[in-house]
Design a binder for this molecule. Sequence first.
Ligand SMILES: Nc1ncnc2c1ncn2[C@@H]1O[C@H](COP(=O)(O)OP(=O)(O)OP(=O)(O)O)[C@@H](O)[C@H]1O
Ligand code: SF4
Ligand SMILES: [Mg+2]
Length: 405
Amino acid sequence: MSLLELDDVKVHFPVRKGILFDRTVGHVYAVDGVSLKVEAGQTYGLVGESGCGKTTLGRAVLRLTDITSGQVVFDGTDLAKLPDEEMRTFRRRLQMVFQDPLGSLNPRQNIESILSEGMAAHKIGEDRAERREKIKEILAKVGLPANALSRYPHEFSGGQRQRIGIARALVLEPDVIICDEPVSALDVSVQAQVINLLEELQESLGLTYLVIAHDLAVVRHISDVIGVMYLGGLVEEAPSDALYAAPKHPYTKALMSAVPVPDPEVEDRRERILLAGDLPSPANPPAGCRFHTRCPWAQDRCGTERPTLVDLGDGHRVACHFAREIEAGTVEQTRSTGIEAVVATAAVVAKEAEVTEKVADPLSVAIPAQGEREPSGAEGAAPDAEGAEVAEGAEAADGKASPKS
Ligand SMILES: Nc1ncnc2c1ncn2[C@@H]1O[C@H](COP(=O)(O)OP(=O)(O)OP(=O)(O)O)[C@@H](O)[C@H]1O
Ligand code: SF4
Ligand SMILES: [Mg+2]
């Protein structure tokens, strides 16, 4: 059995209306039937467009958000059904590191106070002196000096503050750490340091990670297995290398196709799929396959029947009725607007040269975060493509990237 197993997890937020009588008029289907397994000592990377439910899923695992239905089995215990009292003891073993290190640290508390708070609550360390020793040990592990103890969050840089966030999780001796966009608020050079630190800590302490990110480059580097989310559901899951070498779901293909290839010959032959249109609202998700309103291969069946994840071999799971046919080239494309599948022509190559110039890190593609998505008909979109496209989103979210290598 895996250390963490999610089975058909759903988190539906009620939408309420009315002044006198508060009534539920609908639901936001933020997470809608996610099943996945995280093996002990491994890293599961979760990627997807802004609003697809990544954070909600992470919070649901820790029960910081109520689970509508499904199971979250951690070390053999279903957390979804655990009374609050018992959940408290499990919370120590499952910790979270947040995107915004400053926002998640109380500015009025010094580092010792921040780090010892949870320790005292979970009865780690006999007394203050013992806790202080433990904190010093952990600070050294995350690369901070012992004199950080008496200092305050604003006295540290962004990268150092994220190290404090990681230390705060580590002092509780967790088994699993859920890292929600752990480096997206940091400069690129610092991002690499923090990712390396997470890897080192995993090795030395045997930690298990669930890393949430909209930047595919971040999860690729650190993950053993990657899951791609779209509108509340997992659409593809595979060992990291396999997913990057041969994405099989049309949505993942579109995301990957936005990554410029450094080799000009390969780049010339590269097929790009331009994603038009925004993510539909999770309050009113499309019937059938959630991706059928944007998918270039959508067939009649896709509009009525929701595909489940099917293992196509070697643990490569794909939720698409036509994944095999698309791979074999035996299914026709059906859409000429919304999403365009464009084989690189001279015009496209010229366009890509422009995109390549803007995308600083050739291995990086960032899925647009909240508020970063290009507006419809954004400058740089293919002439007949409606709405934002993935490649453009990559640029939009990439102001932080490093120079091209
Ligand atoms: N407490 C809540 N009440 C109602 N709707 C919510 C609540 N929390 C999240 N949502 C909605 O659920 C959906 C998923 O949100 P979530 O924050 O999980 O997305 P995300 O994938 O983490 O996005 P991002 O990449 O922008 O962080 C969104 O439509 C969001 O507006
Ligand atoms: S099931 Fe249909 S709409 Fe969904 S990804 Fe596959 S081909 Fe596209
Ligand atoms: Mg989020």
